[in-house]
Design a protein around this ligand. Structure first.
Ligand code: GLU
Length: 480
């Protein structure tokens, strides 16, 4: 039997972290078992569903690399099919027209509340056997079993049992004929041959009702796996406040898709103590039985840590492309500095995201007009002037074509020897002079990436800056 999973977002907003994780688990299980993933757009709520939401959800899935084998199917295009099933259930006596007025239902609810009973429909019309007169619109209700218990074996939660007495007769068609959510989901899951329903445990309450509909249509039950929610650090359900923004916002922040997938997988699934997985490893190792039973909390710091681990493994050219696009977005010209792949290689240990990388390497692509204040104060001091001047002269003597670490180190070593000083004395002043900041890749790599012309110019600027500072004045002098 081929396994068929599904991802059925309601297009009422962006793809957030919880839904992305649900999509991932369905995708992993389909991939692992050689099965299929169906993408279904649950847009029966015409008021709240938008094309824009459909587009961003699809864009996010594509960015994450979560591809589907069938679909996207839109529920809004399947209304005829739902009508057919509603008709069938009515004809078979498994559903009935309900003529109760709003006033009656309100009064019923009031009375139930006053008696301390659970509100629910009292099945007043269930056995009337009444048909609507032509043109009369009524809601249609499903005849839920009156006795017994519905039991299902959830892969994550174990056996779940709900007494049928607690379920009232669900509306399956509204008075305007529109089919309701639980009906559409079941009809789709049957028609699309879904074998495994893996979804958030906020849907657990719907499952007994859906099971009754499956059974009334004579369809075999799929396997259910309800995944615990993602919580914020405060133990509350994850919301915007905790960073549950659109998945695409994480892309914009420089998180790699494979890192986000890795992090989401670990928020709800474990394979021993291991934290870092490639996508292929997740496909190989994923199993529904290893989904955690308790809710996990979202930890942005951990996501960054995982991202850095993936950054270290990503192909340099891919990082280079991403870095280039980000520099452009920051108004920098990626052609106005060193090759992006070299920069990405030098920076992948020093930034947690590609976005952070882009911010940190701006000095390689454009001149800066101020130094990091603390760094300049500490390192661009009068005593740094003489060594910086010597470095300038030594670098000037290096041929442009030899501008690589070996020649740069040789020039630096010459200055150290001539002045009998240690690298510690000049590395930081040189770094601040050429980059404006106190933390960059190793000094020889930094100087190489900055390039010979800029290195010479920037050392001269630093010397002028030191002179201006010595001459007095408050605050930071301009770099000139
Ligand atoms: N459309 C539902 C949602 O976005 C999912 C329903 C289901 O998985 O059965 O929450």
């Amino acid at each position: 039997m081929q396994i068929v999973t599904r991802f059925p977002p309601s297009p009422t907003g962006y793809l957030h972290l919880g839904s992305a994780r649900t999509a991932l688990f369905n995708w992993l299980y389909a991939k692992k078992t050689g099965g299929q993933l169906v993408l279904r757009i649950e847009d029966t709520d015409r008021q709240r569903s938008t094309q824009e939401a459909i587009d961003t959800i699809i864009e996010a899935l594509q960015w994450l690399g979560l591809d589907w084998d069938r679909g996207p199917f839109c529920q809004s295009e399947r209304f005829d099919r739902y009508q057919e099933v509603i008709r069938q259930l009515l004809d078979e006596g498994k559903a009935y027209h309900c003529f109760c007025t709003r006033e009656r239902l309100d009064a019923l609810r009031e009375a139930q509340r006053a008696d301390g009973r659970n509100p629910g429909y009292d099945r007043h019309c269930r056995d009337l056997g009444r048909q609507p007169s032509p043109g009369q619109s009524t809601v249609v209700r499903f005849k839920s079993p009156l006795h017994g218990t519905v039991v299902f074996d959830d892969v994550v939660r174990g056996a779940v049992a709900v007494e049928n007495a607690r379920l009232d007769d669900l509306i399956i068609a509204r008075s305007d004929g529109a089919p309701t959510y639980n009906l559409c989901v079941v009809v789709d899951d049957i028609d699309m041959g879904v074998t495994h329903i893996i979804r958030g445990d906020d849907h657990t309450n719907n499952t007994p009702r859906q099971i009754h509909i499956f059974q009334s249509l004579g369809a075999p039950l799929p396997v259910f796996a309800h995944i615990p929610m993602i919580l914020g650090a405060d133990g509350r359900r994850l919301s915007k406040r905790h960073g549950d923004v659109s998945v695409l916002e994480y892309r914009d922040q420089g998180i790699l898709p494979e890192a986000l997938l890795n992090y989401l997988a670990r928020l709800g699934w474990a394979h021993g103590d291991r934290e870092v997985f490639s996508v292929a490893e997740m496909v190989e190792l994923f199993d529904l039985k290893d989904i955690n039973k308790s809710a996990a909390s979202f930890d942005p710091a951990k996501l960054l840590w995982i991202n850095q681990r993936h950054l270290q493994q990503a192909p340099p050219q891919r990082l280079a492309d991403d870095l280039g696009a980000r520099l452009t977005r920051h108004g920098l010209d990626p052609g106005a500095g060193p090759p992006l792949a070299e920069v990405a290689e030098a920076m992948r240990e020093r930034a947690q995201t590609v976005e952070e990388m882009a911010v940190k390497v701006a000095y390689l692509y454009a001149d800066f007009d101020r130094y990091e204040p603390g760094a300049a104060k500490k390192h661009l001091t009068p005593s740094a002037a003489a060594p910086l001047q010597s470095l300038h002269d030594a670098f000037e003597a290096v041929d442009d074509r030899d501008w690589r670490e070996t020649a740069i180190n040789r020039a630096i070593a010459g200055v150290l020897e001539a002045q009998s000083i240690k690298l510690g004395r000049i590395a930081q002043p040189l770094r601040v002079a050429v980059s404006g900041v106190a933390a960059t890749p190793p000094i020889d790599t930094t100087v190489k990436l900055v390039g010979r012309r800029r290195t010479l110019e920037r050392i001269q600027k630093a010397l002028r800056w030191i002179a201006a500072r010595r001459a007095g004045g408050t605050g930071q002098p301009q770099i000139s």
